[in-house]
Design a protein around this ligand. Structure first.
Ligand code: RIB
Ligand code: CA
Length: 325
């Protein structure tokens, strides 16, 4: 495996994944749990695509499907945004968040670990400091509240990789806003303004990372164990169907998996350090990400905005890790 950080000799990077599974979250979690470059220290759950309880159940069933050698604790977080009305994405992910497959994958052994997600995130930030990467795949409610709990510890982590926003103003939940930023615009604003070492992986790059069904199924034949292979077939099917309805081809947009990919290998994207902000007032531009490329934006907080992606190398990395024997 060529991508940096993928060979087994290098030490694994400790990461926390904050997630709202979600079909693409499921693919992202499989990538993270199987990557030899990552040490998933905890998974924290936030309401987003579906309710908190549904996201929590989905997280446990995804971990069970992967069956990692070391099972990370799963902590529940916030069930509602900091402010504003609740938004869900059942039209994409199904009412159960996994395209209707949950009855086939009942949670058999795993259970939620005690302790709130934000406390777990802060404790791991204190423990690992700049060695820690936090990957946020859902609304930023938990991350914003963790910063509130201990700004110093959260500011001391190595990287915060956020799947959210977009650098081109073209939203997916509204004409101007991306779903995670729209769902909790106040939290997105607070996190972008907090000045953590943040990389924003927005729709402008994730939309260029397409996993095609034919290729996935070719490679899936080699995936082991059989339980995971069956889960991947089942969880990808509704997402490919959504892609067909949206774009006419059986391909799924790898929003959340790319954020995990960037945690594995930061060179998968080019970034520009740009002043950023998020509109959190109700109305047509709720959740819109502002990126300042002129002097007037000097007051905004700088973030590393992903502007280019090596989509082919990312898809290769994803398939090498997820579909390995
Ligand atoms: O806009 C894409 C994001 O919203 C992804 O994280 C997807 O899971 C949904 O939560
Ligand atoms: Ca998500």
């Amino acid at each position: 495996m060529s991508a940096s950080g993928q060979n087994g000799e290098q030490s694994r990077k400790p990461i926390v994944i904050d997630t709202d599974p979600g079909l693409d979250d499921a693919l992202a979690l499989v990538l993270a749990l199987r990557s030899p470059a990552l040490d998933v220290r905890a998974i924290t759950v936030v309401a987003g695509n579906v309710s908190l309880s549904a996201c929590t159940g989905n997280t446990l069933r995804i971990v069970e499907a992967v069956g990692p050698a070391s099972v990370p604790p799963v902590h529940e977080g916030h069930a509602r945004p900091l402010s504003g009305r609740v938004a869900r994405a059942g039209d994409v992910h199904g009412d159960d968040g996994l395209g209707g497959i949950t009855p086939k994958y009942p949670v058999r052994e795993l259970a939620v670990t005690g302790g709130h997600a934000t406390q777990a995130m802060v404790e791991l930030a204190r423990q690992h400091g700049e060695a820690l990467t936090i990957v946020a795949l859902g609304p930023l409610t938990n991350v914003a509240k963790a910063i509130e709990r201990d700004r110093s510890a959260m500011s001391g982590i190595g990287r915060l990789v956020v799947m959210g926003g977009t650098d081109d103003g073209k939203g997916n939940i509204t004409p101007t806003a991306e779903f995670n930023f729209y769902s909790d615009a106040a939290a997105a604003k607070a996190v972008v303004r907090a000045g953590l070492p943040t990389t924003l992986v927005g729709l402008n790059v994730t939309r260029r990372t397409l996993l095609y069904k034919d290729l996935f199924h070719q490679r899936l034949a080699a995936a082991e164990p059989a339980r995971l292979r069956s889960f991947l077939e089942d969880v990808s099917h509704p997402y490919f169907e959504f892609g067909r309805k949206e774009s006419g081809s059986h391909a799924c947009v790898m929003h959340d998996p790319l954020a995990v990919g960037v945690a594995i290998d930061a060179t998968l994207v080019n970034t520009e350090r740009l002043p950023c902000d998020v509109i959190d007032t109700p109305g047509l531009t709720r959740g819109m990400m502002l990126v300042g490329r002129d002097a007037s934006s000097a007051a905004m907080a700088p973030a590393a905005v992903a502007t280019e992606v090596d989509a082919d190398r990312f898809i290769d990395l994803f398939l090498d890790v997820v579909c390995s024997g």
